[in-house]
Design a protein around this ligand. Structure first.
Ligand code: ZN
Length: 518
């Protein structure tokens, strides 16, 4: 199912605080024992030692340039996958576990097996990491490192002073290593498919990739398995312009979602794990790579698409005055009949051009009776709240102003011609055009009896009507495209179409109807 509506979280965004949750609890500190909470925490919860100084020379390398063998090297990358493997042991000096991190830069990916004893690492997907190590190995069997990042290094910074790992939290400008692996400027990213194509069988493609935007972030849940171990999970709602799915994060990976923003954060998921039943479930397996907010044209486009979904539209915008010369159009000897496809083509070819003409459309659906029953025949917006009534005026509940209402544009359902369709309420009518279409004024409409309205609806349904229309590009910050523009893009299928620099649709206005010819 295509996402029709962004989640409520998109409208009420909390400022993510990257560090607040990382603070270890200070419950261990008892008042009056002579140690401050910070001092106790420093001992109980060791964090990465920032005072580490290399004892020898480490050569700086790109990940793609690393070879297996003993050599002191240092490299940087972003976390694209990680999971924590606890290895419980009674020996006091033994490691308590190992975190498998996959780091990627623009040139390659590598696995870091990070052993720990007392240190608490708080990793998130997308963290920028520096590693210093004296040895790189090749995981031939796949047991020590996944096939997507076969080179690996095992480090234990707490015990071994020759290796070190640093999380760049304050020094991360968010620009380094944001290009997806294998991306070439101006070329489509290899393996990238729409979410719908992935669900419809694209999951079989080796190294398939999906680009999704976060829609909602579910609460963390705890699951107890048969052995009694408790695991945490979080479900993240994700979508693109074709479908939606749920991304499940497990264990320590759930922390990654804390800094993600609904309708803003974009994830590029390479080799996702999947389960498709009634819903589509995406997860991270050993070979999955997740790029958080990657920097390339498709990601920029998807974010602007998500942003447009959250842009709230006025329930009933006013017919633009002074934009179209209606009198000249009516008196003109040249009257051009357009199809919906023509308009689409014209508007894309010359986005700044203003034009007027005629459309011949069939009314497929009318909502006169329904809206009358719901007391919603007329509407307007005041103080940001929509006001509905079966009356020509209504009082705003916020500021108590009495306002004149306009006919609800949703009265007219889907309209079609041979080339396309217009979604419910996407036309912008002049009051006179309404009068011509309905054969009565707004006052007469709201005072008509239910039987008359029912008759009116039946009389208009499936009629072919000529609409005199005008089209002009919307000003910045106004409404965007009619339903048809969206329909057209959905049909684009596997390859995403990017017209005119990617964001042309944001500037598409609405069709304004100035007259009706029955
Ligand atoms: Zn008001």
């Amino acid at each position: 199912m295509a996402p029709h509506f962004p989640s409520i979280q998109s409208f009420f965004q909390t400022k993510p605080s990257p560090n607040s949750k990382d603070q270890p609890s200070s419950s261990a500190a008892i008042a009056g024992d002579g140690f401050s909470a910070a001092e106790v925490n420093a001992v109980l919860h060791l964090s990465t030692d920032s005072s580490w100084t290399p004892t020898q020379d480490y050569e700086e390398r790109d990940i793609g340039a690393l070879d297996s063998g003993p050599k002191c090297v240092t490299f940087m990358g972003r976390i694209v996958n990680f999971y924590d493997q606890a290895t419980p042991s009674k020996k006091p000096r033994a490691a308590r576990g190992c975190i498998k991190l996959i780091l990627a830069d623009d040139t390659g990916a590598l696995t870091v097996r990070l052993w720990y004893a007392n240190m608490e690492y708080k990793f998130r997907l997308g963290h920028l990491i520096s590693v210093w190590t004296p040895h790189i190995s090749h995981g031939e069997t796949g047991a020590l490192a996944p096939s997507s990042a076969p080179l690996f290094t095992s480090i234990f910074p707490e015990r071994d002073r020759s290796c070190h790992l640093m999380i760049h939290q304050n020094s991360d400008e968010g620009v380094q290593y944001k290009r997806p692996l294998g991306y070439k400027e101006g070329q489509p990213l290899p393996g990238l498919m729409t979410l719908k194509n992935f669900i419809d069988g694209g999951y079989d493609v080796a190294d398939g990739r999906i680009l999704v935007c976060v829609r909602s972030i579910g609460a963390k849940k705890k699951l107890t398995n048969k052995k009694g171990t408790i695991t945490e999970l979080a479900n993240i709602g994700v979508f693109d312009d074709t479908a939606e799915a749920s991304l499940t994060l497990w264990g320590s990976g759930t922390a990654s979602a804390a800094s993600w923003q609904p309708s803003h954060t974009v994830l590029l998921i390479t080799n996702p794990g999947w389960k498709i039943d009634r819903k589509s479930w995406i997860s991270l397996n050993a070979n999955t790579h997740v790029d958080v907010d990657p920097y390339f044209s498709d990601a920029v486009w998807l974010r602007s698409f998500a942003r447009r979904l959250t842009k709230r539209e006025h329930v009933n915008p006013r017919f633009p005055e002074g934009v179209f010369d209606v009198e000249a159009a009516e008196a003109s000897e040249v009257r051009i009949l357009y199809t919906l496809a023509d308009i689409d083509e014209f508007a894309r070819a010359a986005p700044k051009e203003k034009f007027m003409g005629y459309l011949s459309l069939i009314i497929m659906e009318l909502n006169i009776v329904t809206l009358h029953r719901r007391n919603m025949l007329m509407c307007i917006e005041c103080c940001g709240v929509p006001l509905y009534a079966n009356a020509t005026t209504a009082k705003c509940k916020q500021c108590e102003t009495v306002l004149p209402l306009r006919i609800n544009p949703r009265l007219l359902g889907t309209l079609v011609d041979e080339t396309g369709s217009l979604a419910t309420g996407s036309l912008l009518f002049h009051p006179l055009a309404w009068e011509q279409l309905l054969g009565r004024t707004a006052t007469e409409l709201v005072s008509a009896s239910p039987d008359v309205l029912k008759y009116l609806e039946q009389r208009l349904l499936f009629l072919r009507i000529t609409f005199g229309f005008g089209w002009a590009r919307a000003e910045e910050g106004e409404e965007e495209g009619s339903g048809k523009e969206k329909e057209k893009r959905k049909e684009g299928g596997g390859k995403r179409k990017r017209e005119e620099g990617g964001d042309a649709e944001g500037a598409v206005g609405r069709l304004c109807v100035w007259g009706i010819k029955m």
